[in-house]
Design a protein around this ligand. Structure first.
Ligand code: AMP
Length: 438
């Protein structure tokens, strides 16, 4: 199967070929014909599958083959609206739109919060056909009367599960109310909770469902291991792993922003170059850290879950869960950063006694138990008692407004830290999160 056999125009095929893609990924071969046919789409695909091109390429094709109806003032209307949960993802998606659309006369731009709004306002004045945005900042523009979404032909909700998780549902509903009834809707999600299914059923009109890999299954190319360790020796173990294995590019996850900052400081004390990205950092600081990490000058990037959403770092070899996420789906998203687009990767979780319940929830979700290995010299105390963990958020949490893409610790001592009797035993009972599309 080739890109041209999928029905994409020569200009688009030329752009993807220049990018080095020889054939479509499974999500692309399934999704592209559906989008080209004009149908609504419900797609199960996580980052790393090539999903961005899965919706970007056919949208570019559709828009470039239709005559634009300009407003009486001659302005080009917004014809495609792509909503993403985070600024980083929005920026990456728009970069893809530009790259794949480089031989087409279509215009695009990205808008997100955390940066000066004025350049965005100026740019919007000129007219933009493809708009990639985070919901909060988009509504800021709408409220100031600067955006007309009434001519949108295609709507994409990228990483819809994460948008609902982040409490964007109300913002999204407000945005939907501004769109014309007649339009094409594409919804991409890595996981399918009952909430997302209910939302999809209100948004989509007789959608075609496509799915790559079973839902909530972790990528086969990723080697996953758990290193049990005492809670106060995690940092020492992390340094040990980085130094003895000479890891040069490691993405490390913490549960909270504060935890990320603290770990960066500690790694510096161990002479390891590290930077953090999370919602309290300015967009410029986040972009700088990401740029250094991508070009190889930064050895360790410490991130909170939401800040890391959708990061596209090719062939990232190591992902470390310094702290396990309390929301099991986040584990799937985290390790989706490695083993991407055909390359293999390694995901390591440093797990202390407090996190056993998190681990068993993750194993239940991915329907497999993770191999555990004790690193010599780091044997955990067998008599250690679990302590409650302050969790950042639960699966269902309060709606929160704005493009601020991080969740903060709410200092809620929780029963989630209750010890599990058998952390590594595969669970028989299926949670509703693991129900697949078909
Ligand atoms: P995504 O899931 O959209 O974040 O894409 C993950 C990575 O796969 C990105 O680095 C893309 O550039 C890359 N990619 C997308 N489509 C293809 C393809 N057909 N062949 C090879 N790599 C691809």
């Amino acid at each position: 199967m080739s890109f041209s056999a999928l029905g994409l125009s020569d200009q688009i095929v030329r752009a993807v070929t220049a990018r080095g893609y020889t054939q479509p990924t499974p999500i692309q071969s399934q999704a592209i014909p559906v989008v080209l046919s004009g149908r609504d789409l419900l797609a199960g695909a996580q980052t790393g599958t090539g999903k961005t091109a899965g919706f970007t390429l056919p949208i570019l094709h559709l828009l470039s083959n239709k005559v634009v109806k300009r407003s009486p003032t001659g302005k080009i209307p917004i014809r495609a609206l792509i909503l993403t949960p985070t600024r980083e993802l929005a920026a990456q998606v728009e970069e893809s739109v530009r790259m794949y659309g480089r031989h087409l006369p279509l215009t695009s731009m990205v808008i997100y919060g955390g940066v000066n709004i004025n350049p965005q306002i100026n740019r919007l004045r000129g007219g933009v056909e493809i708009l990639v945005a985070t919901p909060g900042r988009l509504l800021d523009h709408v409220q100031q009367g600067r955006l007309d979404l009434s001519k949108v032909e295609v709507l994409v909700l990228d990483e819809a599960d994460r948008m609902l998780d982040m409490g964007f549902i109300r913002d999204i509903k407000r945005i939907l109310a501004l769109l014309p009834k007649q339009r094409q809707n594409l919804l991409f999600s890595a996981t399918f909770s009952n909430e997302i299914k209910a939302f999809a059923s209100t948004l989509l009109n007789q959608p075609v469902m496509v799915e790559v890999a079973s839902q909530n299954a972790t990528a086969d190319l990723v080697t996953q291991r758990v290193f049990p360790v005492d809670r106060d020796r995690k940092r020492e173990l992390l340094t040990h792993l980085i130094k003895t294995n000479s890891w040069y590019q490691v993405l490390v996850f913490t549960r909270t922003k504060h935890g990320a900052d603290r770990l960066v400081k500690q790694l510096h004390q161990d002479d390891i170059v590290a930077m953090a990205i999370h919602g309290n950092k300015s967009q410029a600081a986040r972009t700088r850290a990401l740029g250094k990490f991508k070009d190889g000058s930064l050895q360790v990037l410490v991130a909170t879950d939401i800040a890391a959403r959708g990061l596209d770092i090719s062939e990232l070899p190591h992902v470390v869960n310094y702290e396990l996420p309390n929301v099991p789906e986040d584990y799937v998203h985290r390790i989706g950063r490695t083993g991407r687009a055909g390359s293999s990767g390694e995901a390591i979780s440093l797990v202390c006694v407090d996190e056993r319940k998190f681990l068993s929830d993750i194993e239940k979700l991915i329907k497999r138990s993770l191999p555990q290995e004790i690193i010599e010299g780091f044997d955990p105390d067998p008599h250690a008692k679990p302590e409650p963990i302050q969790v950042g958020r639960q699966s269902k949490h309060q709606p929160r407004r704005g493009g601020h893409s991080d969740r903060n610790a709410v200092s809620k001592p929780s029963s989630v830290a209750a010890p599990s009797k058998s952390p590594s035993k595969p669970q028989k009972k299926q949670s509703d999160r693991s129900i697949t599309l078909r």
